[in-house]
Design a protein around this ligand. Structure first.
Ligand code: GLA
Length: 381
């Protein structure tokens, strides 16, 4: 039904949180208040929904995927990501639940790298190293949000301008993260674009913790994981890659066929000891061709839910929630215990600015950075 423009404008003024079907049948993203930051900035929650029963909730604090509801094999829709009920949770939290990670996903050794002959220093916040962009990463920033919905998809674009020198990184950077939920397919696309006014480095990702059971008190050890990767990047005791690309064959890191996460996690293996479980970057196969390709698949037997992750990125950090210790008070008062969420952070390799043999994370002044990750949901018997 088409509303005359004037009537629609009046309704919009009277009822700001009611979405009105605008011209051309575009369904706009529904918004609701999510509370304020400690310094009084209002945060909004955006609800993307589709005909397949997928619901994605995003907040503009950290451009964070706050909830993701998908049906199980019986059609029961449940939230499959960890998160908090309020802004204070995200402001105080240390686990990066659902957040957009930048400028640099994962670690930079000693918070230091050289670019174009200059040495840059990023605050160290993980032992001797810098993790996820320094002490105040993109997950702790307030982003702008713009509804870019089309006739076939609900689309939310989030924007942030990172000033020159923020957390020590060179160049002012304009970054956009776009969440797209198509009406007719069970997938959520996360697109990234950015440009800087000086040569810099950039490695963006999303830090969602999945628990496909829909019950975050259950460990993720029975989830069956496939990683389309013949190699991984082994690390030292502070989780910095040594530079080696090592074959997964004959190791607990071989997920080339679907294997329960818990099947080998307790094995006596130096890399598992360093990671306190899985917390490593896998080198995705066939990336020299470029383009979007499947990186990982997760199947959860009790619910039948399947998550397939595709990306244009060359690597994926699979993290088995080894630092969750029950202290985080999550959604609905849940306490998130050891290994109750798993992350598949699609990205360039950790510490690439210090490894000439890794795919480059340099972003030259005026060039456009682009990256896409697609989460596809289905169910199986
Ligand atoms: C990444 C890191 C982990 C951990 C989590 C957040 O996955 O590799 O070591 O820091 O983020 O807790």
């Amino acid at each position: 039904m088409k509303l005359p423009a004037l009537a629609a404008a009046f309704i919009a003024i009277l009822l700001p949180n009611v979405s009105i079907p605008p011209k051309g049948g575009v369904r706009q993203v529904h918004t609701s208040p999510f509370g304020n930051t400690h310094d009084g900035q209002p945060i909004t929650r955006y609800a993307l929904t589709n005909k397949k029963g997928v619901e994605a909730f995003i907040i503009n604090y950290g451009a964070t995927l706050e909830s993701l509801k998908v049906p199980d094999r019986n059609g029961k829709t449940e939230d499959i990501v960890l998160g908090y009920d309020d802004v204070a949770g995200y402001e105080n939290g240390k686990a990066y639940f659902g957040g957009t990670i930048g400028r640099y996903g994962n670690r930079i050794a000693r918070g230091q790298f050289t670019l174009d002959g200059s040495v840059y220093h990023i605050p160290t916040n993980d032992g001797p190293n810098s993790l996820h962009g320094g002490t105040i990463g993109f997950n702790k920033r307030v982003w702008t949000a713009t509804d870019r919905s089309t006739a076939n998809a609900q689309v939310l674009e989030l924007g942030y301008t990172s000033p020159d020198g923020e957390q020590g990184f060179p160049g002012a950077l304009e970054v956009k993260v776009t969440y797209t939920l198509p009406d007719d397919s069970s997938e959520l696309r996360i697109g990234y674009s950015a440009a800087a006014d000086k040569d810099t480095v950039l490695n963006l990702t999303n830090h969602s913790y999945f628990n496909l059971t829909g019950n975050p008190t259950v460990k993720i050890l029975d989830h069956q994981l496939t990683l389309y990767a013949e190699k991984f990047t082994p690390v030292n005791a502070t989780l910095i890659p040594t530079g080696e690309l090592r074959s997964v064959r004959g190791t607990p890191f071989d997920f080339t066929t679907a294997t329960a996460i818990g099947a080998r996690i307790q094995q006596d293996d130096e890399q598992l000891t360093f990671g306190k479980g899985y917390d490593h970057n896998w080198v995705l196969d066939g990336r020299e061709k470029g383009g979007l390709a499947v990186a990982a698949e997760v199947f959860e037997p009790s619910s039948g839910r399947v998550l397939e992750v595709s990306t244009t990125e060359p690597g994926v950090q699979f993290y088995s929630g080894n630092f969750l210790d029950g202290t985080a008070r999550g959604k609905g008062g849940a306490s998130y215990g050891y290994r109750t969420g798993l992350c598949l952070e699609t990205q360039h390799f950790p510490d690439s600015p210090n490894h000439a043999n890794f795919p480059s994370t340099e972003l030259r002044a005026g060039q456009t950075y682009q990256s896409i990750t697609v989460l596809r949901f289905s169910t199986r018997k």
